[in-house]
Design a protein around this ligand. Structure first.
Ligand code: SF4
Length: 330
């Protein structure tokens, strides 16, 4: 795993986030004594690097561990093992002002824009709450900054004193983005941030995120199950399956020459108008992360599986400028 980490490190310049062998496990408890009988390994040995000003797209089916990974980076889930370095600082055991500053610099935009906003707070209060709590400016300057951010995300000044239920999903997501930006973050986890929106609004919000990145230079971890959306915004893509990264590479490599059978099936599943023909379809359901299959965890569903796949776990290895974990790719 360490060598795999070094390989990806060389692909990304100017690191902001350096995730090393991250594990986030959830205990499974049974019986009246609530004894731990196993673990759900939602994130199981993930190593990734995100550069400054870069967008890493994280894709995979529901339940593959994408959201847990994003939440673990922000300290919203307790990690079982591994290390997270943010701008050179190991996040483990941070306290006091250093932890406070890291929390400010790492923000999140959630999937459901309406429920991520406090229904009792006006838009202005939602956007300025963090700035005021962290005393980034005095109250008047925070309000001015809030107004300017709301204009930047495409909302007019009359939105200031209205409440979240008065806005559409796309507008609420713009407010959430303004709220995240108000903290002057270096890194934002966008967790299925456009999945709940109409397709036309998705494009507007993705373009807004790209424009804001060009202006402020923040990095994104853009989590989505939709490869076509990810390919518009990301520089690199990591594909997750059952808590592990199975392929990593540039957007162009992943979209045009995917190597892993799972990635190939995900690409085939993206509907393209006018394009027909035989598509690779993934069979069956995702296995339980509590008892993953032996060997390659994808083998029960893989159309190319061979005997070795049932017994040996494939390493994530470097191939054609990408990283891929498959016995049959050399
Ligand atoms: Fe399929 Fe085997 Fe490759 Fe796993 S290692 S993806 S089962 S061919």
């Amino acid at each position: 795993m360490a060598s795999e980490q070094r390989k990806q490190s060389t692909m990304v310049e100017n690191k902001l986030l350096d995730i090393r062998n991250l594990e986030t496990w959830f205990p499974v408890k049974r019986g009246i004594l609530s004894r731990t009988v196993g673990h759900v390994k939602a994130v199981d040995g993930v190593s990734l690097v995100i550069g400054k000003g870069e967008t890493l797209g994280l894709v995979g089916e529901s339940g593959c561990g994408k959201t847990t990974l994003g939440r673990s980076l922000l300290g919203l889930e307790r990690i079982h093992g591994g290390e997270i370095f943010f701008d050179g600082t190991n996040l483990h055991g941070l306290t006091g002002n250093v932890l406070r500053d890291v929390r400010r610099r790492m923000q999140m935009v959630f999937q459901d824009p309406l429920s991520s906003l406090n229904p009792r707070m006006s838009v202005l209060d939602s956007v300025t709450e963090g700035m005021k709590a962290f005393q980034l400016s005095n109250a008047r300057e925070c309000d001015e900054k809030g107004l300017s951010l709301l204009k930047e995300v495409g909302l007019s000044g009359d939105a200031l004193f209205r409440y979240p239920h008065e806005f559409s999903g796309g507008q609420c997501q713009r407010i959430s983005i303004a709220r995240a930006l108000s903290m002057r973050p270096d890194f934002i986890v966008c967790d299925e941030a456009v999945s709940a929106l109409d397709v036309s609004v998705q494009a507007q919000v993705v373009n807004l995120l790209i424009d804001l990145q060009e202006k402020y230079g923040q990095s994104y971890l853009f989590i989505s199950h939709d490869l076509s959306v990810v390919s518009h915004i990301a520089d690199h893509i990591a594909v997750m399956y059952l808590g592990k990264v199975v392929e990593y590479g540039s957007v162009s490599a992943i979209i045009h020459t995917p190597l892993h059978p799972y990635t190939q099936a995900l690409i085939d599943a993206v509907p393209v108008p006018g394009k027909q023909g035989k598509k690779r379809v993934i069979k069956g359901e995702t296995p339980s992360p509590m008892s993953p299959p032996s060997g390659c965890p994808f083998h029960p569903r893989c159309p190319e599986a061979e005997t070795i796949c049932k017994s040996q776990v494939p390493e994530l290895k470097s191939l054609s400028g990408c990283l891929v974990s498959c016995h049959l790719r050399h």
